[in-house]
Each structure stands twice: as C-alpha cells, then as structure tokens.
Design a protein around this ligand. Structure first.
Ligand code: LMR
Length: 410
C-alpha cells in the first residue's frame, strides 16, 4: 500500500534521479577537456576550426567591412521570416547552385537559412523523417562524428557504407559502389561534397559520375553536406558537385555552412536547400520545412545572415573573401607539407605522403584511440579518438612539437 512517503515510479524524483550521464561529445568534448587543461603549451587539434599562423581564429577583413556597412544602416532587430533573411536566401542559392541553374530558374529549389551546417542537416533530417516512408539513412564509414547522432535523434536508423580503406589510406570505391547498388529505392544517403570529414579524401570527378549514376539508377535521395566549400581547390571547383547533382537528380538535399569559410563559427550561419521536380512540389516542401523550423526555434538569427549577404552581394567584398579564403587554404596546405616532412624525418620507417593528398581542415593521421589518449595525457595535444587531427590548428610555432609527439606515439 502507498503511504505519503512512498514514491511511485512516476514521481519527478524517480525519473530525474535516474538520468544517466550522457557520453561526452566526441568532438566538442575534446574542446572541453582542452579548456580544462592548465598546461600553457596545450594544443587543440580536435575541433574543426581554422587558426592563423599566430594561433588565433581570424576575423576576416571582408567580415569587418561588411559589419561597417551594416552599422551605418542601423537596422532594427526585428524577427526574420521563418525561413530566414530573403536576400540571404537569394544570395546562397546563386552561390551554391549557380545563377543560371535550370532548377533555380524553374523555381524548383527551396532554401532556408539554418543554424550552421549542423542546423541545416537537422532541418533536412526532420523534414525527411516526416515524409519519407523509409526511415533509413546511410552515412560514410567513417563520417563526421555528429552525423549518426543527428540522424538518430531525428528518428532514422543509421547505416554506414564503406568509404575509407585503412590499409591503403585511400577510398574503398568498389565497396562504396556495391553498397549503393544494394540500397532500397528511396533511401537517403549522405555524401560530403568536398573535404570529406574526417578522412580528407574526396572522390575524383570520374568516381562522382559513377556514384551519381548509381544514385539515379536506384532512385536514392542524396543529401550533400558541404561544410568546407573553398578549402579543397576553390569556391567554384568545390561547389561543382552540388550543381551537377542538382542538374542530374530529381531530388537533392544540401546543407552548407559559412562557419569555416567566413570564420563565423559563433554566428551559426548556414543554409538548407532542397531540389525538387517542380515549382509546385517546391512550394509544398517549403511550407513543411517552415513547420520544422517554427516548431524548433521559430526563426533564425540575423547578424550572421546580414554579414554573409553583404559579402556575397558586393563584387568587391566577394573578391576580398575569395582571396582571404585562398590564403587560408594555402596555409593549411603548407602545414600539411611541413607535417609530412617533419614526420618523415623523425620516422624514416614510415611513409607520411598521404597527409599531403588529403583536402580540407583535417588529416586522418592513423593514430588510434590509445595513441590519442597518450598525446593528450603526456603532451597536452588534443586529437580526436579516431586519430583525426585539425591541420588548420598547426602553425610555425607548434608544428615541431606536434610532429615530435606524433612520431613518438605512432
Ligand atoms: C568538426 O567536425 O570539428 C566541426 O564540424 C565542428 C563540429 O561541430 O563538430
């Protein structure tokens, strides 16, 4: 019999006290551990953030100039529409899909502002989950650590297709194609448009053609994640694959982010786009995507969208941005070359050429979990447990120490 002191199973005390500790986030949890380290020589190679050669997150000149323009306009802080700043949406569509893209001209593409690339992925995942009869999604093995968690949180069963062959440090393309060939019709499949996270290995043009053909044949639904446009070859070249998908596949989802390319991490600015078969389908899809947004966070924040729009719509600021981005890209490339050189000098028994063949912010270094732990514990150097390191956090002052430590633990 229940008396006044007996708690039934449904009391708040019971369920709050039974909450288990969640796993530390595999990427941002490393930053938490880094922040707690008191060693002044500590180095964070975990999270994907670009630092300049002085170890600082840069504020781009084009961003400063855009903010000066915005300050003069003294815009009120009103609500944005549910799908975001209209001029941002137009500018993003032109940039991501190309001004003369037939799907864009025909009104078949919808775009909404999103809270960074993660927010864009989540909008797409929630939207797909509500309408697709197939609650399965495939991500690459390995993939960005948060892909699996995010799609699971939206209610998907997440499967992985082969991507990286650790033995050859290259893409297991045959395995990838075979997996795509056996996916059921309508399955959503996540692809990294450029700078594959975490491996840094991108498909060649010929491989993209083959994959696109299988996607068309099997009526799969490609979800292109483009968080690093401009960090492989150029803004133009890195964006090409999204444009080709939009021209060849009836349905394409795209998440893109300006966090890294504009160094606007804290502004949470990105976009979600969906290519459909008709303007009518697009209008209905947009109405539902807006429901997803309204029931999550109502409407997005303004500042980051204003900055990006100001730059994308000014030919002068756009050129400045393109140049600044290419400086970031070449600095990362120099760090790759230097890391490979230093490691080769320290460990003549191993070949580090693979580091120079990878694109983007990361290198899949080949370190295992225990080695990453030793790097953290003995050297205050923070890499992910998968061995992913952020090459964009290396600089002329810290690279020697990083190379020595990696050479020692490998
Ligand atoms: C990363 O992969 O480190 C970045 O995309 C940051 C993040 O949110 O995980």
């Amino acid at each position: 019999m229940l008396n006044g002191n007996t708690m039934s199973k449904s009391t708040p005390e019971t369920f709050f006290s039974a909450i288990p500790m969640a796993m530390r986030d595999p990427i941002l949890g490393i930053t938490e551990a880094f922040n707690a380290d008191t060693n002044p020589e500590k180095i964070n190679l975990g999270v994907g953030v670009y630092y300049d050669d002085n170890g600082k997150v840069p504020q781009l000149q084009c961003v400063r100039e855009a903010e000066a323009v915005m300050l003069k306009k003294a815009m009120p802080h009103t609500y944005l529409p549910i799908d975001g700043l209209p001029s941002f949406i137009t500018a993003v569509q032109k940039m991501v899909f190309g001004e003369d893209n037939p799907a864009l001209r025909e009104g078949r593409i919808i775009t909404t502002q999103a809270l960074g690339g993660t927010g864009a992925l989540r909008i797409g995942a929630d939207f797909l989950r509500r309408f697709s009869p197939n609650p399965q999604v495939w991500i690459s093995d390995p993939s960005w650590e948060n892909h699996r968690a995010l799609f699971e949180a939206s209610g998907f069963t997440v499967n992985a297709y082969p991507y990286y062959d650790a033995a050859t440090r290259s893409i297991n393309f045959n395995g990838m194609v075979e997996a795509f060939q056996s996916m059921p019709e309508g399955t959503a499949v996540v692809l990294h448009a450029c700078c594959h996270n975490p491996t840094g290995l991108d498909l060649s043009e010929g491989q993209w053609d083959e994959i696109m053909a299988v996607i068309q044949e099997r009526s799969l639904v490609p979800f292109l994640d483009m968080a690093y446009q401009g960090f492989a070859q150029s803004l133009e070249a890195d964006g090409r694959i999204v444009r080709r998908f939009s021209e060849n596949c009836p349905y394409v989802l795209v998440s893109n982010s300006y966090s890294k390319s504009f160094s606007l991490y804290g502004e949470r600015i990105g976009a979600f786009s969906l290519v459909t078969r008709s303007a009518d389908e697009a209008a209905r899809a947009l109405s539902q995507v807006k429901r997803v947004i309204r029931t999550n966070y109502s409407n997005p924040a303004r500042h980051g969208a204003d900055i990006v729009t100001t730059v994308l719509t000014s030919p002068e600021l756009y050129t400045m941005w393109d140049n600044e981005l290419s400086e970031m890209r070449s600095r990362i490339r120099q760090m790759r070359e230097r890391l490979a050189q230093d490691l080769s000098a320290l460990r003549e028994d191993a070949d580090f050429h693979y580091i120079t063949l990878q694109n983007g912010l990361f290198s899949y270094s080949g370190l295992g979990k225990e080695q990453a732990e030793t790097l953290r514990n003995d050297h205050s150097i923070y890499a992910l447990d998968t061995g992913r390191i952020c090459v964009a956090a290396l600089n002329s002052a810290n690279i020697g120490r990083v190379a020595k430590a990696i050479a020692r633990v490998l």
